[in-house]
Design a protein. Structure first.
Length: 239
């Protein structure tokens, strides 16, 4: 980053970041997501038709967070957040809590969080650790059948788009880790970063993706190895 002492950095992460912690990624080879078809469990229509199934799926995913731990890639990103001299924003598509358990603070969950639920009636949002079903009353308005996982399902508008777009307006370095680049709008951020003048775009993934052509550097390998390596390099380049 010749000439820039405080470059602005935006990091976009996807399911590949948490894969080595034991959280399954989205696109399995069988086309199923943890044994389910995506449209059965991750759409507003599915929740309307079969809320029991949707609750069961998210209860299982929420409970399985107790079995996993942040990996070296989550920890390295927190090191980068703490030591980076310019502005730093980590945008994650992940709904697990592994980044915050590693200590992340400058983090936006654009697709929601497994450990949050919200009421479709009174709109209150709650931190939620336990199971949920269609008989669970909303702690705020006491109505039953209105609580849902605070997850952005297919066809719904992701969170924090304004903040993310603002950060991309002035981004110098854009880093993309463990995302297949097929879920929009996140898949469009790399192109937007190019249009806004980012001079360095780095992709870390096991393989080339749909959006690889936007990046100035591709690093193929496991996030737990490549992210700590990249963070070490970026911080030493500034030293
Ligand atoms: P995806 O499953 O479509 O793609 C995962 C990507 O990660 C792939 O390109 C794969 O090659 C790469 N990858 C897998 N293991 C890796 C590793 N060890 N190191 C580096 N790269 C690795 O995931 P996505 O692009 O994030 O989109 C999926 C959607 O599903 C998102 O909307 C997200 O909300 C949701 N999701 C979240 C989680 C989670 O919270 N951990 C898990 C699964 C799905």
């Amino acid at each position: 980053m010749a000439g820039l002492t405080h470059p602005n950095l935006v990091v976009l992460t996807g399911a590949g970041l948490s894969a080595e912690s034991g959280v399954p990624t989205f696109r399995g080879s069988d086309g199923l997501w943890e044994g389910y078809r995506v449209e059965e469990v991750a759409s507003p229509g599915a929740f309307k038709q079969t809320p029991e199934l949707v609750h069961r799926f998210y209860n299982m995913r929420r409970a399985s967070l107790k079995e996993v731990q942040p990996n070296a890639a989550h920890h390295a990103l927190v090191r980068l957040e703490k030591e980076w001299p310019g502005s730093f924003l980590h945008v994650t598509q992940n709904v697990d809590d592994l980044n915050e358990r590693a200590g992340a603070k400058k983090l936006l969950h654009m697709h929601g969080e497994l450990k949050k639920v919200r009421c479709t009636g009174c709109r209150a949002v709650f931190t939620w650790e336990e199971d949920l079903d269609k008989y669970t009353p909303c702690p705020e308005c006491r109505v039953t059948g209105t609580l849902r996982p605070d997850i952005v399902w297919f066809g719904e508008m992701p969170y924090y788009i304004e903040e993310i777009t603002r950060a991309l307006e002035t981004v110098d370095i854009f880093i993309c880790i463990g995302t297949s680049g097929v879920v929009y709008p996140a898949a469009g951020f790399a192109r937007l970063a190019v249009e806004k003048g980012a001079s360095r775009l780095i992709e870390i993934n096991l393989e080339a993706t749909e959006i690889t052509s936007h990046f100035t550097e591709q690093r193929h390998g496991a996030a737990s190895v490549e992210v700590p390596r990249l963070v070490g390099q970026l911080l030493s380049e500034l030293a």
